[in-house]
Ligand binder design. Structure first.
Ligand SMILES: Cc1cc2nc3c(=O)[nH]c(=O)nc-3n(C[C@H](O)[C@H](O)[C@H](O)COP(=O)(O)OP(=O)(O)OC[C@H]3O[C@@H](n4cnc5c(N)ncnc54)[C@H](O)[C@@H]3O)c2cc1C
Length: 437
């Protein structure tokens, strides 16, 4: 039987490849480029819409552990991400164009996948379906999902950071360094003294924002993706203790620690584009230009993409999904990716992988995989399917959601040691499960 997948984003592409390699036929629907989402700019599969970073690679970091688990479970997109990685210290950052091209080619050339470039406006009845239509699900499909889930489904708002051309950066002022000087320097840093920071802050808090539509006025922001203007409005020093923190960033030419530092991260394989870290924003573009050009080193920066704000759509998963990612109401209907209430590129791919594996197991009459909650992916799926919060909000991978580990009293305050043990336990438990099936 053929599986219908809605959306060839990060989750849908991963799910399609998981099913195809198990010899299951897939019909994968993608509405782009005919209908665009407002954030994607190509018609390619698995497009990274904002930052090009998938977060830490270190296994004692929550996001690093999730990637290690995906490797254990043979994620297809993680391999392609490694093949298209660009230098980013301890993080996995990718050349977004190379990555999406490679995924698209793999999907288009797969004999088990029929790739249909059309919007699907309704969840199909009576056939196995994976909905992976993402945070910018088309309105018609969103209506169909709303009818199925019998809830008002939720929206909240994220914002995207601008990208500038490296050749337009003034390296008499900007300098290369990674925080605490780890390995080869991969970030560009624009230092500010107190006076420069205060001038920048004043431009920022007086800048005009893009007018929100009526239904957006009570928008909630996801706390770890706050627009820079919202963060700045809390306190003059909020940015200096957040994305502009100067600690561990020393300009070797002057040996000084600055009052604040704006960091830029490589965005493409050619190393020509750099995104401004933590600068997601909803400011009007003319104000963004003034603000960016007020940063020392970026006086003449050429901005190739401005920041924008976007809608995020997700279902109320705790009432709808099992931890195996199929719905309680209909066992052959799965959800994957950001629409389930996980947040982030890696998390979206990871749930796409599990939904693909579990759909295959469902069709082969095998018990579905429920991952242990000692693993990061198991904990995420458990969180979204059983959170008791009144107002369910999306969740990244983080240590707080995995099972508690009991450590000797003298080790409890040693965070590094604790995370090492949590990470080791997760991989052991996952390997044991995978060996048993
Ligand atoms: C603007 C923006 C910025 C973000 N920035 C970051 C970031 O910096 N870091 C991070 O970790 N996460 C970020 N996210 C969150 C999230 O990680 C990404 O959105 C991720 O791409 C989600 O993966 P997905 O597969 O669920 O959805 P997507 O990758 O968006 O894929 C869904 C696909 O479904 C298609 N589709 C939608 N409706 C239909 C339909 N009816 N029929 C056919 N196709 C349809 C869409 O065109 C899209 O290609 C951002 C999200 C947005 C929207």
């Amino acid at each position: 039987m053929e599986v219908i997948i809605i959306g060839a984003g990060l989750a849908g592409s991963e799910a399609a490849l998981q099913l195809a390699k198990r010899n299951i036929k897939v019909k994968l629907y993608e509405m782009r480029p005919n209908i665009q989402t407002g954030a994607h700019v190509t018609g390619d599969c698995a497009e990274f819409v904002c930052s090009n970073s998938m977060g830490s690679l270190i296994e004692t970091n929550a996001s690093g552990l999730l990637k290690a688990e995906m490797k254990e479970m043979k994620s297809e997109l993680i391999d392609i991400a490694y093949q298209n990685s660009v230098p980013a210290g301890n993080a996995l950052a990718i050349d977004r164009v190379g990555f999406s091209h490679a995924v698209t080619e793999k999907i288009e050339n797969n004999p088990n996948i029929t790739f249909v470039r059309e919007e699907l406006t309704k969840i199909p009845d009576n056939v196995p379906v994976i909905v992976a239509s993402g945070p910018l699900t088309s309105n018609k499909l969103a209506e169909s999902i709303k009818n199925f889930t019998q809830t008002e489904h939720l929206h909240f708002f994220d914002a995207v950071a601008p990208i500038v051309e490296k050749d337009s950066i003034n390296f008499d002022i900007a300098f290369w360094a990674d925080r605490y000087d780890k390995g080869e320097a991969t970030y560009i840093n624009c230092p500010m003294n107190k006076e420069q920071y205060e001038r920048f802050y004043n431009i920022l808090i007086n800048a005009e924002r893009i007018e929100l539509k009526d239904f957006e006025k009570n928008a909630k922001f996801f706390e770890s993706c706050l627009p820079i203007e919202v963060l700045a409005s809390r306190d003059i020093d909020a940015l200096r203790f957040g994305p502009l923190k100067p600690v561990g960033l020393v300009d070797k030419r002057t040996e000084t620690i600055n009052h604040a530092v704006v960091q830029l991260r490589q965005d493409d394989a050619k190393k020509t584009l750099f995104n401004i870290v933590g600068f997601q924003t909803n400011l009007k573009w003319s104000y963004q230009k003034e603000l960016i050009n007020s940063i020392p080193g970026l006086e003449n920066a050429n901005i190739v993409r401005y920041g924008v704000m976007h809608r995020n759509t997700f279902i109320n998963s705790p009432n709808i999904l099992n931890a195996t990612l199929n719905t309680r109401k209909r066992e052959n209907l799965f959800f994957a990716g950001q629409i389930t209430g996980v947040e982030g590129y890696t998390e979206s791919m990871a749930t796409g992988m599990l939904a693909g594996i579990n759909m295959a197991r469902y069709l082969q009459n095998k018990p579905l995989l429920q991952l242990p909650t000692t693993t990061m992916l198991g904990a995420l799926c458990n969180y979204i399917s059983s959170s008791e919060l009144k107002h369910f909000q999306p969740m990244n991978s983080n240590w707080a959601i995995v099972d508690y580990i009991d450590l000797p009293k003298n080790e409890r305050k040693n965070k590094k040691l604790k995370n090492e043990k949590l990470s080791k336990r997760a991989i052991n438990d996952l390997r044991q499960l995978l060996c048993s099936i």
